[in-house]
Design a protein around this ligand. Structure first.
Ligand SMILES: [Zn+2]
Length: 162
């Protein structure tokens, strides 16, 4: 009687540990993340009249409204480049196999080149560096050598059935 009770409680403890671990690893290992916690589009992907140069040009990403917000890696990957350029300002590029995600106009960069990152990991803080009229996050997706619409890419990740 005593022995079977012990065995039962041991089994229960084991089961609990296993489930607890599964839940913990589920919540910590996120597979897809949005680049910002709150997504508000201010400029889409495609041809537009540039707000500063007033020239017709291809906007190679999307602009998202931001104010000193953490920037999150959308997928697991590896930092391929970080730095400053006069257009993008402070930027981070992350490689995810044949895809690359690019985050621009950052105020602070929290990662270094070659560093592995997880989906949802904070990699930077939004800002207004480079060629901007105000603070926002510029977000691009490159597939091989081509820029693709990041909204289509995110929706294909989040809604794979559609
Ligand atoms: Zn932009």
């Amino acid at each position: 009687m005593k022995r079977s009770l012990f065995a039962c409680s041991l089994l229960f403890t084991l089961l609990l540990c296993k489930t607890g671990f599964a839940i913990a690893s589920d919540t910590t290992k996120k597979q897809i993340s949005l680049p910002l916690i709150n997504l508000r589009l201010t400029s889409g992907f495609g041809y537009r009249i540039h707000p500063i140069t007033k020239q017709h040009d291809l906007h190679k990403g999307i602009d998202l409204s931001a104010r000193c917000d953490p920037v999150l890696s959308i997928l697991k990957g590896r930092i391929t480049d970080t730095g400053y350029n006069p257009v993008l300002g402070n930027y981070v590029r992350i490689g995810h196999g044949e895809f690359q995600s690019i985050y621009g106009h950052l105020s602070q960069i929290l990662v270094g080149r070659d560093e592995p990152v997880e989906a949802g990991q904070p990699i930077a803080v939004t800002g207004a560096t480079g060629r901007v009229t105000g603070e926002h996050l510029h977000f691009s997706i490159k597939f091989k050598d081509r820029y693709i619409n990041p909204l289509h890419f995110l929706s294909s990740l989040l809604l794979p059935e559609q």
